[in-house]
Design a binder for this molecule. Sequence first.
Ligand code: PSV
Ligand code: MN
Length: 483
Amino acid sequence: MQLHPTDYCLWVAPTVARFALWANRRHRDKRDTCAQPELRSNIGVQFPGGFMSTRFEMDEGLIADKNHDDKIWLEEDYNHLGMRLRRRRVNIEDLVAKAQSFQVAVPSWGVGTGGTRFARFPGPGEPRDIYEKLDDCSTIQKLVRSMPAVSLHIPWDKPESPAELCEFAHARGLHFDAMNSNTFQDQAGHQLSYKFGSLTHPDPAVRRQAIDHNVECIEIGERLGSQALTVWIGDGGNFAGQSHFRRALERYLESMRQIYQALPDNWQLFLEHKCYEPAFYSTVINDWGTSYYCASQLGPKATCLVDLGHQAPNVNIEMIVARLVQIGKLGGFHFNDSRYGDDDLDAGSARPFQLFLIFNELVDAELEKVPQFRPAYMLDQSHNVTDPIESLVLSAVELTRSYVQAHLVDREALREAQEKCDALMALAALKQAFTTDVTPILGMARFRAGGAIDPIATYRASGYRQQKAKERPAKMGVTAGIV
Ligand code: PSV
Ligand code: MN
């Protein structure tokens, strides 16, 4: 496929057009030689979907060249911030190390355009299968270097050959995070419907089908090197009286015990609660209390997963996090943001202070070395109006920002204010950290890890999406993303 400079100029802002032309030349050179050793195993291999390894890739050389220019302002800002932090007895290098240690998994479904229950407006060049999704995940990882793990959703991402999928991912420096089962919609080939529930359905045959599906997810995950299963069910009711609350929860536990028994020794089981949707009157696993009760009934491998958008309106999420840390049942997160009652907005886009306060609790637990504290971090959001790659990149940046800012909290000052009942100074300790612009620390962390100082500008200059729009003509009936 020939690349035309005009394709770039139409889209890329004029200030980066010159850079894009250069990028175009580089990509053509690379495609002709195609000699990166770590990708050699894919050369000439026909992966399912019929795509060859000559697909357009984000060029690491392009990232390096763009960084070369950006490093001038980065160093200036970094040195200035370093001086300011020194006055607070903080070593900026420690914070860079913290930023580099932070990782968050990409949800495979997040790289497709999302949607609402009213409509979906597909974007250009959407991935059409799991291999193309991994290509996009690899691009994200090259830019941010904090997202090497991908969380799969079965059956959306069910591989024909797990070994081949593994090889494909590893060749791109990716691996697999928690598996996600899906009993919230009917699947082709299934005998029984989940319209009235799955793991809690009154009919034992439906429950059996849902249990078997979860066990299959574990089996596929084992072959992919995953070590966790996340179970979110849509079970609940739309009418008062529709389901018997206590009996439904008993059935959930009975089903989950069987799934728990199928877990390998080194696996974890994450229970994800949600207060409403798709059921709008009642949900079986509706809140963290119910989730905690079930996790403790099931055993030590079962913990609670907090999806930020699944909590009751106005609830204090950072307190839920602290409670779960304290009782040793915080398993992980699905990060996103919400303004009313949704789980779809980009992390940190609507309530950044809330995100910071959540990380404040997490970092507090980390610093106090709370036993068994190892939460798994994943994004889970629906990108309806943006390029999903850009949203995922920026969301990862925002999470790392909150993590680093939480490390900036003067914990001695905070504790002293708390002990003296000085509410104002307690808030001041948090605000001092939250209002510190740690952007140069994030840029330096990415730069040193080989990522992009300015990931969005670099991504746009690469022309990746335009190339994918040519390579991936839309397939009818493909449901990338969440609808
Ligand atoms: C449900 O809203 C949810 O948050 C669960 O994590 C699902 O697995 C995911 O979204 C995708 O539908
Ligand atoms: Mn979720």
